[in-house]
Design a protein around this ligand. Structure first.
Ligand SMILES: [Zn+2]
Ligand SMILES: [Zn+2]
Ligand SMILES: [Zn+2]
Length: 428
């Protein structure tokens, strides 16, 4: 529709919607609606079709139990759909099982041929099993007074066999299928399952995503709740055809065991406007305004708040730069101490470099001595504190003593501090 045919209040509504859009996002350009020129407005319609269907499924299965007497029906069981079941009145998922009336019959148990007993499976019907004490041999090893080895009869059995502990020597056990009754009662169980299905279809002439359309409201054209929805009126042929297709799909069931109980059909119309605008730089842009909520979606790029975008970019860059500088600085500190040669200087900078020092010395020779002082210093009171074994770990207190190859270490178990030669350790 040409803009000249639109009333001013309609144009104001559009500008308001665009302003609202801009004020809802931090990076969006504020009050953009006031700065644009509306060139063209097209009105379109979008429809959502929702069908909810409640199904009932009835399946029959066989069951049996030991027959302990009692009357058996002389009548035929009813058809599964003739059985009285409480039906739901609202949409739900539910399962229930019932014994089918008049479906019982009695027959001999096939596991025991009607005897109520079966051969014991442990002793295979012999009533005897091998004795544990003599392993079924009937004899156990023994020594006489002279220490000679021989065999004596087993005291726990006779001839290596004992009564079976499952059947107590009776050779047979109670049949587990019929619990000893010899007969089984057979009957049918009806499983009833109520379940629902929801179908959603969009007739959408725009490129607005269904997910976004789902969040806005429109005008409800049809809201039918019936047992089986066949026809309805008040919508275009295109919508009617789509609904019919969904209906056929929803009402397709396996008729022997499933049926539709009721359905709900909702057809909603959502108004859409396609707006063409020009903004300050004479650039053209298309956008959609849709739903009662007047949601806005730009087709091309969105108008951004350039100042806010630049500020956030700048902050992010500064933060990244700061992280890079911080993560590289400790290395530089340790490099600088590596050039120091005086022991005093090293002591002064010790506190600064502690963070980046290797912390552990592992003994790599079969044995290594730890001394109380630097061994080749002129001090004659240097003593050997302890001998360490291969693989033992020590805490490193300071880096290598330059030029001499000795490390200041601490023994973690005793707490003793001393010096150890660099050739005897690996530093981790
Ligand atoms: Zn025995
Ligand atoms: Zn047995
Ligand atoms: Zn049986």
């Amino acid at each position: 529709m040409s803009v000249s045919n639109l009333q001013n209040d309609k144009l104001d509504e559009i500008k308001d919607a665009i302003n609202n859009w801009g004020n809802k996002g931090f990076f969006r350009k504020q009050n953009v609606g006031n700065e644009i020129q509306i060139e063209d407005v097209q009105s379109l319609e979008c429809f959502s079709v929702k069908i909810k269907t409640q199904y009932e499924q009835r399946t029959i299965r066989s069951a049996s139990e030991p027959y302990r007497g009692g009357s058996i029906s002389k009548y035929h069981p009813p058809n599964r759909w003739q059985i009285d079941v409480d039906l739901p009145t609202s949409f739900q998922n539910l399962k229930n099982s019932f014994a089918v009336p008049n479906s019982d019959s009695v027959d001999d148990c096939s596991s025991c041929s009607g005897r109520g007993k079966t051969d014991c499976s442990r002793c295979h019907g012999s009533g005897k099993i091998n004795c544990y004490s003599c392993n079924g041999t009937g004899g156990v090893p023994a020594q006489d007074y002279h220490g000679n080895q021989g065999m004596v009869p087993c005291g726990a059995c006779r001839g290596g066999k004992r009564d079976c502990s499952t059947c107590y020597g009776k050779k047979q056990v109670t049949c587990s299928a019929c619990a000893g009754c010899g007969q089984l009662k057979f009957y049918q169980i009806l499983d009833v399952r109520f379940h629902l299905k929801e179908q959603l279809h969009w007739i959408n002439p725009s490129d607005i995503k269904s997910k976004k359309l789902n969040k806005v409201s429109g005008e409800i054209l049809v809201n039918e709740h019936r047992s089986l929805i066949k026809g309805f009126s008040g919508v275009s042929t295109e919508v009617t055809d789509a609904v019919k297709e969904l209906m056929v799909e929803s009402q397709h069931t396996n008729h022997d065991e499933e049926r539709v109980l009721f359905q709900n059909l909702i057809i909603e119309r959502i108004g859409i406007q396609k707006i063409t605008i020009t903004s300050s730089g004479n650039s053209r842009n298309d956008l959609w305004i849709f739903g009662n909520e007047k949601e806005v979606q730009f087709v091309g790029s969105q108008p951004l708040n350039k100042l806010r975008v630049s500020v956030v970019l700048l902050i992010s860059l500064t933060a990244i730069l700061a992280i890079i500088i911080l993560s590289t600085s400790p290395n530089r500190a340790s490099n600088s101490t590596g050039q120091n040669t005086s022991q005093n200087q090293q002591k002064n900078s010790n506190s600064k470099v502690k963070q980046s020092l290797p912390k552990v010395a592992v003994i790599k020779t079969q044995a290594a001595d730890m001394f109380s002082k630097l061994p080749n210093s002129n001090n004659s009171t240097n003593i050997k504190l302890m001998e360490l074994k291969l693989g033992e770990r020590l805490e490193l207190l300071s880096p290598k003593y330059f030029g001499k190859g000795w490390y200041h270490v601490k023994h973690p178990q005793t707490g003793q501090e001393g010096w150890i030669n660099g050739n005897q350790i690996d530093v981790e």
